[in-house]
Design a protein around this ligand. Structure first.
Ligand code: ADP
Ligand code: MG
Length: 237
């Protein structure tokens, strides 16, 4: 994906103030930065859950605004902090529904894909469980399996471990690291600096709606150039 000059306001508040970002295929991009800096809004704009006011985001050369939102969301998956699973549906149904509704697959085929994806995230045999009978970590795995089931070109992760009990965080991070190693193109907003350092190909530091610094993990962690990033690391590391 390729983002150029992206601006976005909520009313009079300009939240994204000219974002330029290259997301190479097969890479993991971690976005870090203080609360309120616009990280979630940036992810949401790449999926058109919010509409940018100006600028462009290209997916494989095509402007995302020329696509139907459902088509875009099948190609650019998203995983949220609070899972966003349908509570009245089983894990399998949560995955299967988008396959039948958006991709138009027959139920039997969708069911097979759902079960295969559940197995991939370590949840074989849990397909009949409702979200309420799964741990937070397991629910987040279902949400990840649901995103993967669409065969997306890019997956966006917005603080997906922030709502988990501490002992469940590692398993989900390991799963994400594994996806990254397998070549999934991922954009990951995270407060997990260890994960960012180990897994990211590039790190993007945002503050006040702008990208202040970006580069390899080693460059940013070992040699932060700006006072703002130094201050941020002093607070979180
Ligand atoms: P981050 O994810 O980095 O914490 P957000 O993208 O959530 O930042 O928010 C950026 C800014 O936009 C904040 O000032 C926030 O209060 C504001 N904001 C976010 N969502 C909305 C909304 N739906 N309406 C109005 N303001 C919003
Ligand atoms: Mg956020």
């Amino acid at each position: 994906m390729s983002v150029r000059g992206l601006r976005l306001s909520y009313g009079h508040l300009e939240v994204l103030r000219g974002i330029d970002l290259e997301i190479p295929e097969g890479s993991v991009t971690c976005i870090i930065g203080p609360s309120g800096s616009g990280k979630s809004t940036l992810l949401r704009s790449l999926n058109r859950l919010v509409e940018m006011n100006s600028g462009h985001a290209l997916l494989d050369g095509t402007d995302i605004r020329s696509m139907k939102p459902e088509t875009l969301r099948a190609r650019v998956g998203m995983v949220f902090q609070h899972f966003n699973l349908f509570p009245d549906h089983t894990a399998r149904e949560n995955i299967l529904l988008s396959l039948t509704k958006i991709k138009g697959l027959a139920r039997a085929e969708a069911r097979a894909i759902a079960d295969a994806r559940l197995a991939e995230v370590g949840l074989q045999g849990r397909g009949d469980h409702r979200p309420s009978s799964l741990s937070g970590g397991q629910q987040q795995r279902v949400a990840i399996a649901r995103a993967l089931a669409m065969d997306p070109e890019v997956v966006l992760f917005d603080e997906v471990t922030s709502a988990l009990d501490p002992e469940l965080v590692k398993g989900v991070l390991n799963l994400m690291a594994d996806l990254g190693r397998r070549g999934m193109t991922m954009v990951v907003v995270t407060h997990e600096m260890g994960f960012a350092r180990q897994v990211a190909d590039q790190i993007v530091f945002m503050d006040e709606g702008k990208i202040v610094e970006s580069g390899t993990p080693d460059a940013l962690f070992d040699n932060p150039r700006t006072d703002r990033l130094k201050k941020f690391f002093a607070e979180v590391l």
